[in-house]
Design a protein. Structure first.
Length: 247
């Protein structure tokens, strides 16, 4: 019981750290281009691959982490009614998404972030809760969401009210957009994988003894601080770029 209470799976934190590192790397070049400091094509090629890899990995690990949180609490307390905790957690992250909406609406002439990655994660934490117990269903639902995303990729409407779902208004432009379709499918695939690899909060596979490796430790630290890094990295990058551009 004490082991479960204190144990973290370092590989999950490390992979989240990789996602954070790739995200910061991508946004550095994105900001250089967006601020007209240096021209980079962030919409194709290797930079696009890096950006999408960061997003997919980060969102996928949300699903994995949800299963770990659920199974850990169940192992410790034997309770299945964890919905209030997940609701509070999801609402908190969604609130940070609203802060980003407010800031970008004030700071940018266009490109306001209405439903970015934090909005998605906040909503997904709540919507994924029923799948955490009946996790085999998460695989089927995840595939359906991903398939629906292919169909709805070119879906447009004359109104913005279904933006969160994946139906965009004509002429829509934003700097960060992760609608439920298809991205909730990536979360559900993480739920399925997490339950498969970590049943009852135990590894179902052999893992290398590399937790004390310096690189793994650094990535794990970044993974544990992922929300904080996400919230502050853009102001820090922009501040550094403006500082060097003025020299």
């Amino acid at each position: 019981m004490d082991k479960i209470q204190n144990e973290r799976f370092f590989e999950v934190d490390a992979f989240r750290g990789i996602a954070i590192f790739l995200m910061v790397f991508y946004h550095f070049f994105f900001d250089l281009n967006f601020l007209d400091i240096h021209e980079f094509n962030t919409h194709s090629g290797i930079l696009l691959i890096i950006g999408r890899t960061a997003a997919i990995l980060f969102i996928f690990l949300v699903g994995v982490s949800l299963t770990l949180s659920y199974s850990r609490a169940f192992s410790l307390h034997g309770t299945q009614n964890q919905f209030p905790h997940f609701l509070k957690r999801g609402a908190g992250i969604f609130a940070w998404g609203l802060v980003i909406t407010f800031v970008t609406a004030i700071a940018l002439e266009r490109g306001t972030i209405y439903f970015g990655i934090l909005h998605l994660i906040g909503v997904s934490i709540v919507l994924a809760y029923p799948f955490l117990k009946y996790w085999n269903f998460s695989l089927i639902a995840g595939i359906l969401f991903l398939f629906a995303g292919v169909i709805m990729d070119s879906a447009y409407a004359d109104f913005p009210w279904l933006l969160w779902l994946g139906i965009k208004p004509y002429g829509f432009y934003t700097l960060d957009y992760f609608p439920l379709i298809p991205w909730f499918g990536v979360v559900l695939m993480g739920v399925f994988t997490g339950n498969s690899l970590y049943p009852e909060y135990h590894r179902s596979f052999r893992m290398c003894d590399c937790e004390n490796n310096a690189v793994v430790g650094l990535l794990g630290y970044l993974g544990k601080k992922s929300l904080l890094i996400y919230l502050v990295h853009q102001p820090v990058i922009v501040g550094i770029l403006f500082l060097f551009a003025s020299i």
